[in-house]
Design a protein around this ligand. Sequence first.
Ligand code: ADP
Length: 415
Amino acid sequence: MIMYFAIAIFTGNLTARLRTKERQAQYNAERTMALYTLAHETATAVNMDDVLHTAVTQIGRVFDASIAILLPKEGKLDAQPHPASTLTFDEKDASVAAWVFANNKPAGKFTDMLPLASATYLPLRTPSRTVGVIGICTNDSQRYAYDQEVMLETFVTQVALTVERELLDEAGEQSMMMRESERLYTTLLNSISHELRTPIATIAGAASSLNDPATAAQPDVRAAMTQDIRDAADRLNRLVENLLDMSRLESGRLQLKREWCDLREIVAIAVTRFETCMTPRALTITHEPDLPLVEVDFVLLEQVIVNLLDNICHYTPPDTAVQIETRRRDSAVEIIVSDAGTGIPAEELNRIFDKFYRVPGTATGGTGLGLSICRGLVEAHGGTLAAANRLEGGARFTIRLPTNGAPPPVHEASL
Ligand code: ADP
């Protein structure tokens, strides 16, 4: 009997110890899993809101608590917790959180500092700084056991590191935007001041020559001077038009005045602005018969063709051919403007549509805005603008515009 009892006590003891170990192992596995889930979900979160949302949900679930997270705003801790927080927060809590942030120490319930607060507040500390404060309010009136506190600390450190990563990302993006806008600003000033100065100098020079009695006596020189003034004024006008279009495109305030237009008419009007430039070039215009009318903004589409022709005048030799072709393709119409110049280096074909981008080595005179505006205007019409090099040499720009529906029928006026 004694032996029987001794064995029963021994095996009972063993079983109890085994069960405790099993419970411990299960608890450890749950802890590791919870930490893994937190690390994984915060690592895959795409922005700060996502990170905080995940942190509040995970910590709240594992510790059965309501959570508030506060981040700094302009150097001070924000008085309002992040909207993802689940803990109700009053002024007293805000001052406890502010104390924690300023002193980088825990405070609130279950601590020596401000223990009357309704929640425990911990600093979100990283090796380099404090990135915020987390408030935890358990549904339990007891403080956590030691191992739970260690685990909570691990969670809080993980959240702090992720928050810092997001803050660094945001700061990096901000400084990249600042650098980019500074670069654009400098480029804009440089290119515009150059583009303004050249025609103004031409106009001033031609005007003073016209005043000279010797020039006044020679009608052909006078005519050349007047033409120079007109060309310079046109150039200024185009620059101003481009700048206005750019700012309207950028601010999203571009209003299209759509009307049913004949592409042949738009091409003809655009070409008349380039008489001097096109005279030495062999310009061929071909229109497909029965080209449908398209509902576009006449002035803006004309501006696109004007910019493309302006580039041809600048970047192709004067004795080369230029072609403008219009055609119908499936449910779209295309305007193809090609030249027989040097073409565009293959690797630059897409970059030339970037704002202020000019192909390296291009002669001065130009802002790098023309093609980006053209693309913006065509895309505002729901179309596309693409550049390619022709096999025979030279560049080809294709404007593709959708033909949505048919124009309203024209009723002949009855007499
Ligand atoms: P800009 O003409 O003011 O430099 P654009 O945006 O109109 O700006 O053009 C961007 C660049 O594309 C130009 O600097 C030029 O190098 C190149 N480019 C444009 N059109 C042509 C063309 N028809 N032939 C060769 N290069 C061209």
